[in-house]
Design a protein around this ligand. Structure first.
Ligand code: ARG
Length: 460
């Protein structure tokens, strides 16, 4: 096995099982680019403050860039006995450029190094996820605009409640994603802080210019306490919490698509290329993508709990426990990226069955509240109106008819203040148009919200 970078004080080699058990290179090697990026910045800063000569710095940076290219060509051989990504890269550097490579780790520890790498990696991941959220949101805006007038039953308790527009429903999903977007932006502010320079736990006697390193790496600021900096994983937990909410939203979204695509609802058609068939039942077209996304919300919730539990009893400062932060974090990033991508790709191609939704809205007395509001406008107290309409609905249930199917005379039997204009409020369009206030389902309001949302998206 290769020589350890810390072999000096040891009198026997590491047990081979322990070596594999304590290694993280199988999963932290994905940090290679950020690890090298951080090392190059560290070397440049060391040269600037005179700890390295310009020549030494140049050779180190060139060596690191060669290693980067080698990894990207798939030619880098990762070694478990070198434990993690950091020591694999550093050992290779020393192998390639000789003794000068041994100076890179001056004034640095893997503790501040790994914290820096994760922050760099997560910052990039957040930026990608933000782009994907926006892509999905644009798809929703287009769909909402196309279906701004399309009526569908709005539900509470999954029972028909009141008519809404399909556009309004799409905009509800849009709003959830808008909050998700904001949460990630906010989380990113606390991710984008540089821990490097905290060294193992106490700082370092070298005259490091931490602000310069931060500038080179695009960090907004540097951490203020070295003990905290090497042991803090709040930013990863926050990210996973924001991720759990994103998946919760996508999961609810999935649940509705799955219901709506069923023969019993028939509200939408999902594109064939996002569905799969059955090996036995020839008629099947299964909504696998939404089902899987709904299922994957579970692992993201699990990752959040794993990280909270990982951190809850750790004394300051760094502990090896922290090596366990990576898999839940990476899995959350991957799951979010995949799920958002699938939805952003699929949403623009959802086919809406307006006729089916209209027919469904006409069942279930969706305009009963409108009739009660009509009576209120004619002077009846709301509670009495509720009772009157309730009796009319009961007749409808018994005779298999909607309120709109009853004659004026028949309705007058429930209250003599009902007149010929009653049918205006019993129509679906009348019901929608009446809810013409900020946040309401009237097509005019939905269009206003879509326009405002589009404006917000172009600003950002
Ligand atoms: N592989 C380690 C991790 O993921 C890097 C930091 C190790 N530091 C140490 N003192 N053992 O956390």
């Amino acid at each position: 096995s290769q020589d350890k970078l810390w072999g000096g004080r040891f009198s026997e080699p590491t047990d081979s099982f322990v070596e594999a058990f304590t290694a993280s290179v199988e999963f932290d090697r994905r940090l290679y680019r950020h690890d090298i990026q951080g090392s190059c910045a560290h070397a440049r800063m060391l040269a600037r403050v005179g700890v390295l000569t310009e020549d030494e710095c140049g050779r180190i940076v060139a060596g690191l860039e060669d290693i980067l290219a080698q990894v990207e060509r798939g030619e880098f051989e990762w070694s478990v006995s070198l434990e993690d990504v950091h020591m694999n890269v550093e050992a290779r550097l020393i192998e390639r450029i000789g003794d000068v490579g041994k100076k890179l780790h001056t004034g640095r520890s893997r503790n501040d190094q790994v914290a820096t790498d994760i922050r760099l990696y997560l910052r990039e991941a957040i930026d990608h996820l933000l782009t994907e959220i926006r892509r999905l949101q644009r798809g929703l805006l287009d769909l909402a605009e196309r279906e701004a007038e399309t009526v569908m039953p709005g539900f509470t308790h999954l029972q028909t409640a009141q008519p809404v527009t399909f556009g309004h429903h799409m905009m509800a999903w849009f709003e959830m994603l808008e909050r998700d977007y904001d949460r990630l932006v906010d989380c990113r502010r606390r991710v984008n802080v540089l821990p490097l320079g905290s060294a193992a736990l106490a700082g370092t006697p070298y005259p490091l210019d931490r602000h310069y390193t931060a500038e080179l790496l695009g960090f907004d600021r540097v951490t203020d306490n070295s003990l905290d900096a090497v042991s803090d994983r709040d930013f990863a937990i926050e990210f996973c919490a924001a991720g759990a909410l994103i998946m919760t939203h996508l999961s609810r979204f999935s649940e509705e698509l799955i219901l709506w695509a069923s023969a019993q609802f028939g509200f939408v058609d999902l594109p064939d290329r996002f569905c799969t068939g059955s090996s036995i039942m020839p008629q099947k077209k299964n909504p696998d993508v939404p089902e899987l996304v709904r299922g994957k919300s579970g692992r993201v919730n699990g990752n959040l709990i794993a990280l909270l539990t990982l951190m809850k009893a750790q004394p300051l400062a760094y502990n090896k426990d922290n090596q366990e932060d990576k898999e839940p974090l990476f899995d959350t990033i991957d799951t979010l990226a995949g799920s958002l991508r699938a939805f952003a790709d699929m949403v623009p191609h959802i086919q809406v069955r307006a006729d089916v939704m209209r027919a469904a809205t006409r069942r279930g007395f969706a305009t009963a509240t409108d009739l009660a509001d009509y009576l209120v406008r004619k002077g009846m107290p709301f509670r009495d109106a509720h009772e009157v309409v309730g009796r009319a609905v009961r007749l409808g249930v018994e005779t298999g008819r909607d309120l709109a199917d009853m004659s004026v005379d028949e309705l007058k039997g429930f209250s003599d203040i009902i007149e010929a204009d009653v049918h205006d409020v019993l129509t679906l369009e009348g019901s929608l148009a009446a809810r013409d206030l900020h946040g309401g389902t009237a097509p005019r309001q939905v269009r206003l919200r879509i326009a405002a949302a589009r404006e917000r998206l172009t600003e950002a």
